[in-house]
Design a protein around this ligand. Sequence first.
Ligand code: G3P
Ligand code: MG
Length: 243
Amino acid sequence: MSTIIYAHRGASKHAPENTMPAFELGYKQGADGIETDVQLTKDGIPVLIHDETVNRTTNGTGSVKDFTYEELLTLDAGSWKSSSYKGTKIPTLDDLLAWNKEKNLKLNVELKNNIISYPDIEKIVIEKLKSYNMVENTVISSFNHKSIALLDSLNVKIDYALLTSKRTSGIISFSKEIHAKGIHIRYRLLSNRLVTNAKQNGLYVAVYTVNNPLSISKVLRLECHAMFTDVPELAAEIKQRKK
Ligand code: G3P
Ligand code: MG
């Protein structure tokens, strides 16, 4: 089996996370896919940004949900990382999907609706994926397990997975119940036992965020389905070496 390498928020060690330059760099560095975080603007546009506020990754302040998309466009989402990225905008999900048309990378769209509940974010994202014919090449994940469970009732043939950062009892049986494909776990939860248990239950395991040779190697050794890394170049090199 071949572990999928997702560029986490793009190649976010060297480019501003969740921006087009970070996705482009992830592609150039040999990632198989892109992981990104989605929130909704005041006018319901799905935009790619990790935090609920723009404070950390732009030159503005305030909650994403309180900005219209046009207002968000006035912010600089690159300078905080390096002056060479000055003027980089917060991308929309559309921007990523349009860019990916030619490249056809796998996508992991993480719904950031565990702190703020964005009404209908699940449907909005799925409609976008459908319009770019990307339903089959995408997995949707969230720390909000109710939101992921809702996908089961939407009757769309799309892969989805529960995200967890802590040992959650019953996550495997719940995943099965809602017909999830896998579990996306924090690296410190990774063990041979968990991977075996998940596999025996027909679920894959994907691991975030692995940025050093030791953790990348462990994910490969345990034959996990996927990894999320800020340094896809390093992960691709290690994976190649171990072939
Ligand atoms: O989807 C994997 C990972 O991105 C989850 O955590 O906080 O980096 O979005 P976070
Ligand atoms: Mg994420």
